[in-house]
Design a protein around this ligand. Structure first.
Ligand code: 5AD
Ligand code: SF4
Length: 483
């Protein structure tokens, strides 16, 4: 079905001035970029490839799908390899080591470009929202062709045209934006499941976190736009939707007609053909009773909540500006489990926040022991310049922090190994995702609670939801059989 937007896009003529309104402006540049692509491909004597290298969270994964969608519309064929003719690094800056990795890859790219001068390199994502990073790129990495940020991913075709026309490095970074551009091409990584952004940015300013500075203020997409996207995905064969936002629980508060996240979640499950809905990430301070009720009553909503606790010490939580206490976190967990006993809870924990003492750390261990998370992602605190915590005094030594971290990982994985086995012997529906990486004869699928299962089956079943018996628990996953 060709809708109004498609009709307007068809009519765009690149010999005329460029339209001012989005997304039409970008479709104009996509058409223009096709001409540049053809010239480059002719020179190379073959079709050209592109590769997006993604770091960080699900938001970046989704942005990379948008970048690939645009580049495929221009004419590129996507590949995984950094040998591609156009490589874009979609960066993360949440911890220092993410930054270091990118500079490592740029070193290799510099060498590549000396032997393949027509190769194009792009940098985008959260790191590019940091002015000193961009200054370094402009000074020391002149060979990078395109530098853009988190707010103007949608502009890739325009930036690409600018780069070809300018003949040198193009830098296009926006400090913040209210703009949400709809209806641009997206290349899904999986045909049967997809992320959908419901909001961008974050207003929470946890004192350790750089996200509010690099992703800007919180803004929610219009519910009609979200539902329209979900309907289109469902028509394309998508069965599982992951709703994405830094803090999905505050969805809709800033809309002209406010809507709660629970209302949106319910609406998404009502779209024909959608069988599973997940969401990421929840802030404990905003997780409402309404949301718990909606999840409890609706089987399509996956039995998994990722509920970052960060620390178990109320004193440290206060220093982190998390706006909940150890006690209120534990009460929330109890409330969720009372209403949804089969729920799988996972979390994020930071060790070594400035001023964390052994007593504070033992409070974290206490919460870990009491809640018994199915999985916990553990991080050593990383100082991010520009955040409030970067100016806090640091008390523990590197060795003390490493020691706490090691104790935490050990305990978290012991518990995880025990907890994940609680479903042994049950039969549960599995969304079949791929052929197993370890054994070509096995398929890999995911339970509603996000746990992985491997079992014998035919690759033609990928994308289907099938019942599987969870016969053997291997600690972090199951070996099962189709029933
Ligand atoms: N240092 C360590 N971990 C961090 N996170 C966010 N900022 C930092 C930091 N400065 C962790 C939090 C968050 C996850 C995505 O990354 O645990 O939930
Ligand atoms: Fe960072 Fe806190 Fe926002 Fe999460 S809620 S993105 S940790 S500031």
């Amino acid at each position: 079905m060709i809708n109004e937007i498609d009709k307007k896009i068809d009519k765009i003529d690149i010999t005329e001035p460029c339209p001012a309104e989005e997304p039409f402006r970008q479709y104009y540049f996509i058409k223009k970029a096709r001409g540049y692509y053809r010239e480059l491909a002719k020179k190379a004597g073959r079709n050209l490839t592109c590769s997006i290298q993604t770091y960080g969270c699900q938001m970046n994964v989704r942005d990379s799908e948008k970048l690939t969608g645009i580049l495929e519309e221009i004419g590129y064929t996507s590949s995984d390899s950094e040998d591609a003719d156009l490589v874009i690094y979609n960066t993360c800056t949440v911890r220092e080591n993410a930054n270091r990795k990118v500079y490592g890859h740029l070193g290799i790219m510099k060498h590549d470009k000396e032997t393949h001068p027509d190769k194009m390199i792009g940098l985008c994502g959260c790191m590019m929202q940091e002015p000193d990073v961009v200054a370094t790129i402009q000074k020391k990495y002149r060979f990078v062709d395109m530098v853009f940020g988190t707010h103007n991913v949608f502009k890739l075709a325009e930036i690409y045209c600018n780069r070809i026309e300018a003949g040198g490095q193009v830098v296009d970074i926006w400090k913040d934006t209210n703009l949400v551009v709809e209806d641009l091409p997206v290349k899904k990584e999986f045909p049967f499941k997809s992320g959908v952004n419901i909001m961008f940015g974050c207003n929470n300013f946890c004192t350790y976190c750089i996200v509010p500075y690099v992703r800007g203020r919180e803004r929610s997409r219009q519910p009609e736009d979200i539902i329209r996207e979900v309907k289109r995905l469902s028509e394309e064969g998508v069965k599982e939707i992951m709703l994405l936002g830094q803090n999905v629980n505050s969805y809709g508060k800033t809309l002209e007609e406010p809507m709660t996240f629970a209302e949106l979640l319910q609406k998404v499950t009502e779209v024909d053909g959608i069988e599973r809905v997940r969401f990421m990430t929840s802030h404990p301070k905003d997780l409402s009773d309404e949301l718990i009720d909606v999840i409890a009553a609706n089987e399509k909503i996956c039995r998994h909540i990722h509920l970052p606790m960060q620390s178990g010490s109320s004193r440290i939580l206060n220093q982190m500006n998390r706006r909940y206490t150890k006690e209120s976190y534990l009460e929330l967990v109890d409330k969720i489990r009372r209403q949804i006993p089969e729920i799988s809870l996972t979390t994020d924990i930071i060790v070594g926040f400035p001023g964390e003492t052994e007593e504070d750390f033992l409070e974290t261990m206490d919460v870990v022991n009491r809640v018994r998370f199915d999985t916990a992602f553990t991080f050593i605190y990383s100082k991010r310049t520009g955040t409030p915590a970067a100016t806090f005094e640091d008390h523990a030594t590197k060795e003390e922090i490493q020691n706490r971290f090691d104790r935490l990982i050990k305990r978290v994985s012991e518990i995880s190994g025990e907890e994940i086995c609680r479903y042994k012997g049950q039969v549960m529906p599995v969304l079949i995702e791929s052929v197993s990486e370890q054994n070509q004869e096995l398929l890999t699928g995911r339970l509603s609670n996000n746990i992985l299962v491997h079992f014998k089956g035919d690759p033609s079943m990928i994308g289907e939801i099938r019942d599987v018996s969870l016969d053997e628990c291997k600690g972090f996953y199951y070996m099962g059989n189709l029933v």
